[in-house]
Design a binder for this molecule. Sequence first.
Ligand code: ADP
Length: 270
Amino acid sequence: MSAVRCDGIVQIYTAQDVEVVALRDVDLVIDPGETVALLGPSGAGKSTLLWLLAGLLRPSAGRLWLDGVEVGRLDQRRLDRLRSTHIGMVLQNPARNVIGYLSAAQNVAFAQRAVRTDRRRVRDLLTRVGLGDMGARPAGRMSGGEQQRLAVAVALANAPRLLLADEPTSQLDAGSGARVIDLIKDAAERDGTTAVVVTHDVAVSEALSRTVTIRDGRVGAEGRRGEDFVVVGREGAVQVPPEYHHLLPPGSMARIEPIEDGVVLRRTDT
Ligand code: ADP
């Protein structure tokens, strides 16, 4: 069973009577224990996809399954329960991930409220994010980088099936960033946690098992073990990666020539 399955997901925002199509026909299947870096330019739809996977948004169209459960069929109470037992999330803004007046240890323990409280896990997670001696400090008095490391511990507190993180290393120095990467990989290996991480950090994308690039609201490319592939979309559309725009710029005409195992695109209007 897939950890995540998106089938034709469309997300449309309406702001001041203007419609913004943030995602158009996203198909994506992620296996349990996969660690996926979600890449793409700003405004491509990465955060929107993350929020959908977290159950914080309901898609305008299309269907989403998490561990075989169709999210659209859950009422709010069941969705809330799924989120608190199955999902851990790290938002981009460190201060939004933690409760300022609670101590670091209380923040992690609070994230276990829907599952059994496990004090050893709380201590272990704090140590693994390098906050072992800061358990009693109020989260509101920590630096942005410390709060972000605490956020990762909070997100893993309930041993989630699915870990979602938006730029978790952007506030961190290389050493702390490496700790966060290790935690994500460890969670996948030890607990089978599936991770989807929005990132611009090459150290993160290289460390994870798969990359998925979103461009203009669509899955444009995928990478596995350092090899990059374009993805043929629902209606047969293929995005030419930006590194080939000098050969085949957007708006140019190309001839399609079949070869034995695919096609070649050859520019005709030069
Ligand atoms: P990314 O995370 O890749 O930068 P987002 O998912 O944040 O992209 O945004 C995708 C598109 O949707 C952008 O055009 C953005 O302006 C728009 N968008 C995001 N959130 C909202 C919102 N709450 N209301 C209206 N438009 C939004």
